[in-house]
Design a protein around this ligand. Structure first.
Ligand code: SAH
Length: 231
């Protein structure tokens, strides 16, 4: 997959910053920084991140940093994408996953490698088109992408194993919990407590257990905000 993509980006291929080896080094760093799930690491190794950023930024595509994708939004940091995917998977095979906040489609592509079907919604129309182009370029066909507001109930009736919210919020988007199967997990960057800076969140897992809802808190992260309405 990576080889074909590199050919398409002629100008960046010669310097090797977008090569399979560069990506393999990124995966080694993810492993060193605590990502344990080999299925997730294999997916991170398979998806060429440089395809998802502007050509001028491709040289930085495998650094562990968020990068601008236009419209005031960013592509998430590789470590954050890996960690959220690991938390969503929790060692299980996933049939359906719902992603809120497609952005340029990078995490969508990673999720598409570990789940049978990925449903993803994005509120900015121009990014929906951008993500669609990226996913088509990589011939990813198990993704259903929609221009929709994922902070409210979705039109579609879904029944997924995991929901990954890739925008920061101070409130759990509870209407979405209806889309989760029993035992399912929502992973989201949740800002909590009065003292917290609203731009800083903690990765939080909401699990629909047989005895009720369980909430667990993980790493500190910084995401663009979950906003209401379409743009
Ligand atoms: N998953 C992306 C992250 C993109 S940043 C990646 O892999 O890089 C978060 C995205 O969430 C932005 O594109 C933003 O427009 C989108 N977003 C914010 N609020 C939203 C909402 N209510 N519904 C859908 N998308 C939303």
């Amino acid at each position: 997959m990576g080889g074909a993509g590199i050919g398409n980006r002629g100008g960046t291929s010669g310097i090797g910053m977008t090569s399979d080896r560069t990506r393999a080094r990124m995966v080694e760093r993810l492993r060193a920084e605590g990502i344990r799930d080999e299925v997730v690491l294999a997916a991170m190794n398979a998806v060429p991140r440089h395809i998802f950023v502007e050509e001028a930024l491709a040289i930085r595509a495998y650094d562990n940093e968020p990068l601008p994708i236009g419209h005031g939004q960013t592509i998430s940091q590789p470590w954050v994408v890996a960690r959220m995917t690991e938390l969503a998977r929790n060692g299980r095979d996933l049939a359906g996953v719902l992603e809120i906040g497609t952005g340029c489609g990078y995490q969508t592509a990673v999720l598409a490698r570990i789940a049978d079907t990925v449903y993803t919604v994005e509120r900015i129309g121009a990014l929906v088109n951008k993500a669609r182009r990226h996913l088509q370029a990589l011939k990813i066909r198990n993704v259903q992408l929609a221009h929709a507001d994922g902070s409210v109930a979705l039109d579609e009736k879904l029944d997924v194993d995991a929901i990954v919210v890739t925008a920061g919020t101070a409130h759990v988007p509870t209407p979405l919990l209806k889309c989760l199967k029993p035992g399912g997990r929502m992973v989201l960057p949740l800002a909590g407590g009065d003292s917290d800076d609203r731009r800083t969140q903690r990765l939080t897992v909401i699990e629909l257990g047989s005895t009720g809802i369980r909430e667990q808190t993980f790493d500190a992260v910084r995401f663009v905000p979950l906003l209401g309405g379409l743009a």
